[in-house]
Design a protein around this ligand. Structure first.
Ligand SMILES: NC(=O)c1ccc[n+]([C@@H]2O[C@H](COP(=O)([O-])OP(=O)(O)OC[C@H]3O[C@@H](n4cnc5c(N)ncnc54)[C@H](O)[C@@H]3O)[C@@H](O)[C@H]2O)c1
Length: 324
C-alpha cells in the first residue's frame, strides 16, 4: 500500500487553511503558536510521559473539543510529540486527519517521516504503536536555531545513517558540508521514498535500522548516559568494522565512512561494561528480532543489506566494541 505525504518548507504556518483542527504541542515550543484559535493540548515531552496515560488525556481533550474524523490533529514538537500525536490521531475514532510540524532535526528528517507512531509501555520503548502516515509535514528550519548541540547531533547521526544505506549524492553533500537545508530536504525525500514502498517495515525500510540494534543496547547499558545519536554512531562504526572483516566493503570504503562520522564529531570509542547475559537479554527484547538477529551490514559503499545472525554471533560482534 503506497501512501502520500506532502512536505512543505515554510517559515509561516498558515492555520487558516485548516477548517477544523486541534493542536498537540510540545510545551517548549508552544509560545510561538499562542496566537491561533484552535484548542491546544500542551505536552510535557519526556520519554516518561510518552505513554498510554498521556494518550488517554489527549482522548479526553479530543472529546471535550468535539474532535471527529474530519478534524485535523496538528502535532508540533520533537519526535516524542509527533509520535504521540500520530498515535492519538491514528486511534481516535479509528483515524483522524494528521499534520505534523517537527521542531527538532531528528523529527524533521526521521520521526515525522514514514508513519511510525508509538508510545512506551512498561519500560519498553515504542512497543505500542501504529503505522499512520501524516498527510502533510510542515518544516520550518527556524526551529533548529534553539536546539541543543546534543539534539542536533542526534539528528545528524540519522541523516548520515540514511545517506549510507542507499546510493544517492547525499554522502558527497555531507562530506562537502553543503547547505544544511539541502541536506535536510534530500534526507526527507530519501526516507519518504523508502517508506512509501514499504510502510510496514518488511522490506527495504528495514535498512533504516542501520546501527540501531547495537545502538539501542548501548543506550540501555549506559543507563541512557550515552545519547541516542552517539550510541547509533558507535553502532554504525561497529557495522563498518564487521562489514570489513567479512570482506563486504573495501579498506577505502571503511575509511570513507569513518571519516564521515569523524567530520561530524561523532564518537570513535566508548567505555562500556557489559556481560553476555545482559546483551543477550536486551537483544531478545528487540522489536526487530526474529529467531535470529536481523543485522544491517554493508555490501559495498552506500549499499546496506539485512543479514541474519545467531544470538551467539551477535554477541561476538557486539564484543568488538572494545576494539573499534
Ligand atoms: N516514529 C519514528 O519513526 C521515530 C524515529 C526516530 C525517533 N522517534 C522517536 O522520537 C523521539 C526522539 O525525538 P527527539 O529527539 O525529537 O526528542 P524530543 O521530542 O524529546 O525533543 C527533544 C527535546 O527538545 C525539545 N525541543 C523540541 N523542539 C525544540 C526546539 N525547536 N528548540 C528547543 N528545544 C526543542 C523538547 O521539548 C525536548 O526536551 C523518541 O521518543 C523516539 O522514539 C520516532
Amino acid at each position: 500500500m503506497e501512501f502520500k505525504t506532502e512536505v512543505e518548507f515554510t517559515k509561516n504556518i498558515d492555520f487558516a487553511t485548516f477548517t477544523k483542527a486541534v493542536i498537540i504541542a510540545d510545551k517548549n515550543v508552544v509560545e510561538q503558536f499562542a496566537n491561533n484559535d484552535f484548542p491546544m493540548f500542551k505536552l510535557n515531552a519526556t520519554e516518561k510521559n510518552k505513554n498510554l496515560e498521556t494518550v488517554q488525556q489527549i482522548y479526553t481533550f479530543f472529546q471535550e473539543n468535539n474532535v471527529n474524523r474530519a478534524t485535523t490533529i496538528i502535532g508540533i514538537g520533537g519526535g516524542i510529540t509527533t509520535d504521540i500525536a500520530g498515535f492519538a490521531a491514528a486511534t481516535y475514532m479509528r483515524g483522524c486527519r494528521l499534520v505534523l510540524v517537527p521542531t527538532t532535526l531528528l523529527a524533521m528528517i526521521d520521526a515525522s517521516i514514514g508513519g511510525k507512531s508509538a508510545v512506551n509501555f512498561q519500560n519498553t520503548k515504542n512497543n505500542i504503536g501504529t503505522f499512520y502516515p501524516a498527510e502533510k509535514i510542515i518544516v520550518n528550519l527556524d526551529f533548529l536555531n534553539s536546539l541543543s548541540e546534543n539534539e542536533m547531533q542526534n539528528g545528524i547521526t540519522e541523516i548520515i545513517k540514511t545517506a549510507l544505506i542507499k546510493e544517492s549524492s547525499l554522502v558527497e553533500k555531507l562530506l562537502n558540508r553543503e547547505d544544511l537545508k539541502e541536506i535536510i530536504k534530500q534526507t526527507i525525500e530519501l526516507k519518504l521514498s523508502i517508506c512509501q514502498l514499504d510502510l510496514h517495515d518488511k522490506g527495504e525500510r528495514r535498512l533504516l535500522n542501520l546501527g540501531h540494534t547495537f545502538g539501542h543496547i548501548i543506550e540501555v547499558l549506559s543507563n541512557y548516559e550515552i545519547s541516542h545519536g552517539n550510541a547509533v554512531a558507535i553502532g554504525i562504526r561497529l557495522v563498518v568494522k564487521i562489514s570489513l572483516l567479512n570482506r563486504l566493503i573495501s579498506e577505502t570504503d571503511f575509511g570513507k565512512i569513518n571519516n564521515l562520522l569523524d567530520l561530524y564529531n561523532l564518537p570513535k570509542k566508548i567505555n562500556l561494561e557489559f556481560t553476555e547475559k545482559e546483551v543477550t537479554a536486551l537483544l531478545l527484547k528487540d522489536k526487530k528480532m526474529t529467531t535470529n538477529a536481523n543485522l544491517i551490514l554493508f555490501n559495498g559503499f552506500q549499499k546496506a543489506i539485512v543479514k541474519q545472525v545467531s544470538v551467539a554471533e551477535f554477541y561476538r560482534y557486539f564484543s568488538m566494541l572494545k576494539t573499534i
